[in-house]
Design a binder for this molecule. Structure first.
Ligand SMILES: [Zn+2]
Ligand SMILES: [Zn+2]
Length: 232
């Protein structure tokens, strides 16, 4: 406590930097700001984004300015963002989508696995979205939660979206796909539909409720079947 107090006194908190007038207009329609920074996202094929966003509409991560979409991509893949060969294509929204759904389901999945954990078992959670392949060798972005014991994996739950269908969210528990669906906001965007906020909230709740119930049922069946999901 004493050292913290001393440090506070000798180093007053630095105020956030003043916005610098860059003379670049923000790309968001209707935004009047001309202090935008150009998004420096560059994908694994070397393609760049080049949209310019003001501080209200973009983000600076580890000193690099990004537009809103690419800030979300970089956050989704975590430390892998530092590998230039691992950066998703400039138009790929999949990692962000997987991360978004995963964050919404995280508490539920942790609770399910922790409740199902037996003696000597613990829960390990991915800290970011990563690329993997399904049994057809198709690429997919996924994030997973694992129940493990010292001899290895007991049960894995993953949220993934594959490259060939970049709107379809799939939930896999063990080796079974227990739920899949296109998130309602994406379905509406595809249809060009607009709904009011109350309907949007209700549709999202139903979607997550469906995913959560599917996961809870699958975890209960896994434990109820004596941990042999294929023996039924
Ligand atoms: Zn703006
Ligand atoms: Zn960008």
């Amino acid at each position: 406590m004493t050292s913290l107090f001393r440090r506070k006194r000798s180093e007053p908190p630095t105020p956030p930097p003043e916005p610098t007038a860059t003379g670049i207009d923000c790309s968001v329609p209707g935004c009047p700001n001309s202090d935008a920074l150009t998004c420096e996202y560059r994908d694994r094929r070397g393609r760049i984004c080049q949209l310019a966003f003001c501080p209200n509409h973009g983000a600076v991560i580890d000193g690099v300015p990004y537009c809103r979409r690419h800030a979300s991509t970089v956050r989704a893949i975590g430390h892998r963002a530092s590998d230039p060969n691992g950066l998703p294509d400039v138009n790929d929204r999949t990692p962000s989508l997987v991360n978004w759904i995963s964050r919404e389901l995280d508490a539920h999945i942790r609770t399910q696995l922790e409740a199902a954990a037996g003696e000597g078992e613990s829960v390990i959670v991915d800290d970011a979205v990563h690329l993997s392949r399904d049994y057809n060798r198709n690429l997919r972005w996924e994030r997973s939660w694992r129940l493990v014991e010292n001899t290895g994996l007991v049960l894995k739950i993953s949220v993934n979206v594959s490259e060939e269908n970049d709107a379809l969210v799939r939930i896999i528990v063990g080796s079974e796909m227990v739920a899949d669906g296109i998130p309602p906001w994406i379905a509406r965007r595809r249809m060009g539909e607009d709904v009011d906020v109350a309907i949007d909230v209700a549709q999202r709740q139903l979607f997550y409720q469906y995913l959560q119930e599917s996961i809870a049922t699958a975890v209960a069946e896994f434990r109820g079947s004596g941990d042999r999901p294929h023996a039924r």
